[in-house]
Design a protein around this ligand. Structure first.
Ligand code: MN
Length: 305
């Protein structure tokens, strides 16, 4: 980075660019274990869905988020990550999982890292497997990540519709994962952050229960990110809760645009308090969900305890 972007970044920070976010995880109503893990710690917001059973899945997903949380180039306050840095980090996670589980367990990973380029903020979206990252921006809601799954390949080939994919018997089969199999390469997208952007990261325990229209309705009407997380998890449980469900919601505010001006866009539930960015959290099912979060923010918890 030359000196000019660094100066612009400082301006952006002085202007108050900030993130507020919420998170939660629930074991669901059918599963005995919660094998999901997540990290919600600026600049990293990600969900990992472990697979392998007999607690191996939660080892895999936990190692994955801990590797992200401990990676020097993803440390708190850092805005310099790139796709290459992230892929290196994910390969390190892959190796740790293989060592720990003998390649019997794997994990998905999806989420965002907040980065700055030329002084402007971006969502660096990453994905491997079938957890998902969505973006609600300027009224438009869309899935950013593309699932690595057998049914996604069938949809891409035109042999089934996305509606049929949602109920297909092989909908849970992933074609890429960390810690197991031969395909460990993630996909990345770099998207400019706009004022009022809202990111949703979730495991398939949410998207397996709720249609995108239902998710959009909640995200676009509930103001505080933690309230949106809680509403989404409760809706997934009411719809059956057949899998572990993990949700992270991140809002961007006071975003400096390329004219150097922080614009203000209407936000869902404008007027609700939105100042309480939450502290670092790296949570695995084994840690007891989001225990330790302040003010019961983590009480999405999971019902195992
Ligand atoms: Mn799952």
């Amino acid at each position: 980075m030359n000196s000019q972007p660094a100066a612009a970044a400082a301006t952006a920070n002085e202007s108050g660019f900030g993130l507020s976010y919420g998170y939660g995880t629930d074991r669901g109503l059918r599963r005995e274990l919660n094998e999901d893990s997540f990290i919600a710690s600026d600049p990293v917001f990600a969900v990992a869905d472990g697979m392998g059973g007999h607690e191996a899945g939660e080892i895999a997903s936990g190692l994955c988020v801990r590797t992200l949380g401990g990676y020097p180039q993803l440390a708190t306050g850092t805005r310099t990550a790139t796709a290459a840095v992230l892929q290196d980090c994910l390969l390190a996670a892959d190796a740790r999982i293989r060592n720990a589980t003998g390649a019997r367990a794997g994990t998905t990973l999806s989420g965002v890292v907040v980065v700055e380029q030329m002084g402007l903020p971006y969502w660096l979206v990453m994905n491997i497997g079938d957890s998902r990252t969505y973006l609600l921006s300027q009224g438009e809601f869309a899935q950013v990540s593309v699932d690595h799954s057998e049914v996604q390949e069938m949809v891409d080939a035109g042999s089934i519709t996305s509606e049929e994919a949602n109920v297909h018997p092989r909908r849970h089969v992933v074609t890429r994962a960390l810690g197991t199999g031969d395909e460990t390469e993630a996909d990345f997208w770099l998207l400019p952050i706009h004022e009022g952007d809202r990111i949703l990261v979730c495991s398939d325990g949410l998207t397996g229960e709720l249609a995108d229209e239902h998710i959009f309705r909640i995200l676009s009407t509930v103001g505080h990110p933690q309230d949106a997380v809680d509403a989404l998890i409760q809706a997934a449980l009411r719809s059956g809760g057949r899998d572990n469900v993990t949700v992270v919601v991140v809002d961007a505010k006071n975003v400096l645009n390329d004219a150097g001006v922080a614009t203000t866009a209407p936000r869902p539930g404008a007027g609700a308090e939105d100042e309480d960015t939450l502290p670092r959290q790296e949570v695995t099912a084994a840690d007891g969900g989001a225990a330790g979060a302040p003010d019961g923010q983590g009480d999405g918890g999971h019902g195992a305890e």
